[in-house]
Design a protein around this ligand. Sequence first.
Ligand code: CU
Length: 167
Amino acid sequence: MRKIVLTLLALAAPLPAAAHVVAAPDTARAGSYAAVAFRVGHACSAGDVTLKVRIEIPPGVVSARPQPKPGWTYEIEREAGADPKAAPSAVTFTGRLPDEAFDDFPLLMKLPTAADTLVFPVIQTCEKGESQWAEVPSTGAPGEKLSRPAATLRLIPADAASAGHKH
Ligand SMILES: [Cu+2]
């Protein structure tokens, strides 16, 4: 009996931040080519099914290429007239992901050289609803709790990344 009660309490607990839409990894070296996956931890609501994941690419990312995924198609959006070699403004994956499962949606990106935190709004479309992962923490309150935070990627300066290896 006791075991059952504990299980129910665990289900009622709030979802950890890792269950949102997050960048994995969430740090990368500034100016590098980095493969970063956008990890979808759950559907828009309990029992729903994710059908589309639209990742908006922030300015400063020089290129962004989706990794094809079995069972999913992708669509690349570019500004009208933009150089086809330039980074897209958004990449949308379309497929099916049930609520109880998670999945990764990877992009290979050429990152800006300035160390900064990049913000990637992600629009998740499900059978029964939509979640806009687009909230950005205010600069004064980095630990602020948001209900639908955008995915963020912290860029580490190229020199700091090698600072741990001095001779
Ligand atoms: Cu979540």
